[in-house]
Design a binder for this molecule. Sequence first.
Ligand code: FDP
Length: 280
Amino acid sequence: MKQILEAIERSAIRIKHAIDVKDIGYSQEQNSSGETQLQLDIQSDLIIEEELSHVKSVHTIASEEKELPMLLSETGQYFIAFDPLDGSSLVDVNLSVGSIFGIYDGEFVGSKLIASCYVVYGPRVELVFAYNGKVKLYLLQEGEFEYVKEIHLNEKGKIMAPGGTQQFWAPYHKAMIDSFFTTGYRLRYSGGMVPDLHQILLKGGGLFSYPGATDKPEGKLRQLFEVFPFAMIFEMAGGKAIDGKIRVLDKVTAHVHDTTPCFFGSKHEISVVADVYGRN
Ligand code: FDP
């Protein structure tokens, strides 16, 4: 696991450099979800693939930018799913973006996720690593990731990050989000999953939602690359992650690019979501 974390750290430093200096134009390619890839998406994907290919314990990788998983080493133990540059459409407006990693033991199944990591490329580069029941924050300082602190969520937070297009939300979902705002929650939504969830984690709690809606019944966010890794981080930090009704880590993944509706938050907000969705 140490070698995997070191490979992620090296990737993060190289991706940060690419963000700072490289062409951010669109390529001619589309990813598996039909989105046009940025040069930076492709570049970040190649950087991570290269760094993980040096780690013998990595059996297979799956990337948001690749159609199919890629075998790296028959004798490896770990299956790593990653979104190389999540929220990359925000790079041209200079908002924060991130990389997300889920480290699975033996197969790409939610219950086999054993460690998660994400990197935020903002004014500073931060890395969060969840393993063995602890969620640890690191800050990039002069080329090294230095440990800062453990992350713990409060029982109840103050931040609301409601994803998706309101026009397509179910009426009960809209009523639930409105009711959070009328009880004092404040809107904090940049459109980048990594910085939006990072803010909730570091400010002690709140709710990030990306529901199923009429335009996207299964939501937008991908299970293996985005939802499961953050679900583990929220659970280890003392919060919860559900799809409205069930724990997202118990969901069955039929295809590597499957999406799911998702709600991440501290315990209070998730109990409200479970109550509303349980009745609808
Ligand atoms: P993006 O398409 O820019 O990569 O992963 C997809 C994602 O961003 C998340 O980072 C973000 O939370 C979400 O999409 C935003 O979607 P909406 O624009 O539909 O709110």
